[in-house]
Ligand binder design. Sequence first.
Ligand SMILES: *Cc1c(COP(=O)(O)O)cnc(C)c1O
Length: 379
Amino acid sequence: MSPRIPLVDLAAAHAEIAHAVQAGFAEVLATTGFVGGPQVAAFEREYAAFAGVKHCVGVANGTDAVELALRAVGVRPGEEVIVPANTFAATAGAVVRAGAEPVFVDCDRSTCLIDVPAALAAIGPATKAIVPVHLYGQLAPVEELRAGLNGLSEAVRSRVRIVEDAAQCQGARRRGRTPGSGPGAIAATSFYPGKNLGAYGDAGAVLTDDEDLAETVRKLGSHGGLAKYAHDIPGVNSRLDALQAVVLRAKLRRLPEWNVARQEAASYYDKLLGGLDGVTVPTVLPGNEHVWHLYTVQVAARDAVLAELEAEGIGAGIHYPVPLHHTGAFATDASFPHAEHIAAHTLSLPLHPHLMREQQETVVAALARALSAPRRRPL
Ligand SMILES: *Cc1c(COP(=O)(O)O)cnc(C)c1O
């Protein structure tokens, strides 16, 4: 049975754009240009303008976007890339796909964003890049990372690159800056259906102001060349489909208002949860314009609370239940207390642009019941 109040509502989003999607699909079907073409080029232009960067290169998914961005800045086999332990597995998986080794660091316990001093301290002779993840819809303090790097030796400063994982923050800004903007900057985003801007399947993009980096990514994703049968470098097949571009263009027109709806829903949750004992509401890092990909609270006995919410038809979620250094794929002996604490306590409440206030009140009432249920007293 699908939940009464789902975590995300893709059907409601589709209803708003169904006409535009049908018209766009008809056009693509008539021309049979399924990969690349005018829809993709138009989307790349429109998204670059929205995202405040000069170049948007569409790729097949967000994981590829991270991998190709890493490869474009020169990450090579045998090198290390610093990644927060509390992120989706794709961030670290992309590092491995680029041939490098992820080196995990902890995060800030209240914002859940990468711990900048820890990231700087983890830099070693093999470090080639750092991947701050703009988790849940707000930007990590990239400017602090940059300033920290600038304070290190010339050798480190010129070698270590910042590659932003911007999969969860479409439309977010930090002190006016957007991911991938500025000299040498590069960011990867995902248009997985559940993201703030979601396709009807897999899609992603790399964002940068740097023309050379953009061209390298485009080559890497297109068998190593820009023209047919030109293979300047070894590449892969990672391109954006025309049908996905149709959907993304239609949704992009709504995205500003959808992000505002998310912001309004987040402040209403803040208000409703303000007086509730046992719930820590999410922290917005000062200087951030948050776009609330996820609204994550922290509670004790999280799994029991989640089970009770599910029993009441509330589609809550966990992002993410296992920190990457505790997964089979990326196990290490290191311990990252904040990432572990967050993994054990984080709970994502339903949040999407079509969520209604009464639904939020229902969610919070159910959460209050779950928190005060007798079996939830200290075990
Ligand atoms: C969704 C996501 C990705 C990967 O995107 P896909 O399009 O699913 O490959 C990478 N990093 C983060 C933080 C994500 O949330």
